[in-house]
Structures are given as structure tokens and as C-alpha cells.
Design a protein around this ligand. Structure first.
Ligand code: SF4
Length: 190
């Protein structure tokens, strides 16, 4: 087992016994995150939904299927990347996470990023964007390459719409597809 894998498993253990906010009470499984512990690319979403809560894995429902297609379009597989959410236990009825819940849970994502040290972070949706850039609006900055100093290193962040928005709205799906193509070019994948 690689060092990073062991560190991420340790964090997953902390998450599975966490009671820092009430969300653990109604959840079936914690969803700490999944993928390559040495990934160059980390994708960050909002919170687990129904299927994620059932399986303990991120992005395994319809949004996950669309995410896989978007990754395929730039020749990236789920095995190459690491996928996580800001919130590790499912909010009841998929409601938006509360600011207090984000505050409680955010240190876990920060710790995961400190272990993985990715070159690129793709944020999915407004909550993930606002985790890094609280004042930005996803409709204004999606697809832009943004830099930030965090976790003791320079991070390159590309915000895109959440895949669930792409499932609901044709123009957002188009924007997602275009933004992923730009990401593919940035990564030298296409
Ligand atoms: S959602 Fe996050 S902060 Fe809340 S109990 Fe789960 S791991 Fe802890």
C-alpha cells in the first residue's frame, strides 16, 4: 500500500466515526472519496446523494455516469483521478449543505488534498467553487483557470457546473462538455 493510500485510509477512518455535525445520523455510509491516491487531478463535488450513500462511493448515480462520460471525452478514467465531496455524509433528501456543516466537514477535504497534492482541481458546482473562492459565481467563472495558494502549494482550479445541473438543463450540459474539452487541452490530453 502506498503512503498516500495509507494516509487517505486513515482519514477515511476518522470520517467514518465523525460526529462533528448531525449528518452522520441519517446516513447509511460515509462517502470519504475514491480514486488514485497519487492523482494529478482531483474532482470535488458537493455532497453524497442517494446512491453514493448506499454504496459509500462518490458519483455513482446518474451524475456520476455523466461525469464518467465527461472524463472519457478527455481520455481520463476514474482510476486516474480522485473524486471527493466537501461533505462526507449525505444531507437528508439531498438538501443543500448548511454553512455550519460545511465548516465542520471542510477540514477533511483539506487534509485529503494535502496528502494527494494534485496539480489540478476540478470543482463541480457552486458549493465546491465557493469552498475555494467564496465570492465567485459559477455561472460567471465556469471553465476559467484559477490559481490559489492553499495547503502550502499553488493549486490550479477549474470550476465547472455540477453534472446534476447538466442532467437538468441542456445549455448547462453544453457548457460542461465545452469546459471539459478546455480542461483536456490544458492537461494535454486532447
Ligand atoms: S458530514 Fe462531515 S462533519 Fe458531518 S458528521 Fe459527516 S464527516 Fe463529520
Amino acid at each position: 500500500m502506498s503512503t498516500n493510500q495509507a494516509k487517505l485510509q486513515y482519514l477515511a477512518g476518522l470520517i467514518s466515526s465523525c460526529q462533528k455535525c448531525p449528518l452522520f445520523k441519517a446516513a447509511t455510509h460515509p462517502v470519504p472519496g475514491h480514486g488514485n491516491p497519487n492523482a494529478d487531478v482531483v474532482l470535488v463535488g458537493e455532497a453524497p446523494g442517494y446512491f453514493e450513500d448506499q454504496q459509500g462511493l462518490p458519483f455513482v448515480g446518474n451524475s456520476g455516469k455523466l461525469l464518467n462520460k465527461l472524463l472519457d471525452s478527455i481520455r481520463l478514467s476514474r482510476d486516474e483521478v480522485f473524486v471527493a465531496n466537501i461533505i462526507k455524509h449525505r444531507p437528508p433528501n439531498n438538501r443543500s449543505p448548511l454553512p455550519s456543516e460545511i465548516l465542520s466537514c471542510a477540514p477533511y477535504l483539506k487534509a485529503q488534498l494535502s496528502v494527494i497534492k494534485p496539480k489540478y482541481i476540478i470543482t463541480l458546482g457552486r458549493f465546491a467553487l465557493n469552498y475555494f473562492f467564496p465570492a465567485d459565481s459559477i455561472s460567471r467563472v465556469h471553465g476559467q483557470v484559477k490559481n490559489i495558494d492553499q495547503i502550502g502549494q499553488k493549486l490550479t482550479i477549474i470550476p465547472v457546473y455540477h453534472p446534476s445541473a447538466g442532467l437538468r438543463n441542456g445549455s448547462m450540459l453544453k457548457a460542461l462538455q465545452q469546459d471539459f474539452l478546455s480542461i483536456g487541452k490544458l492537461l494535454g490530453k486532447i
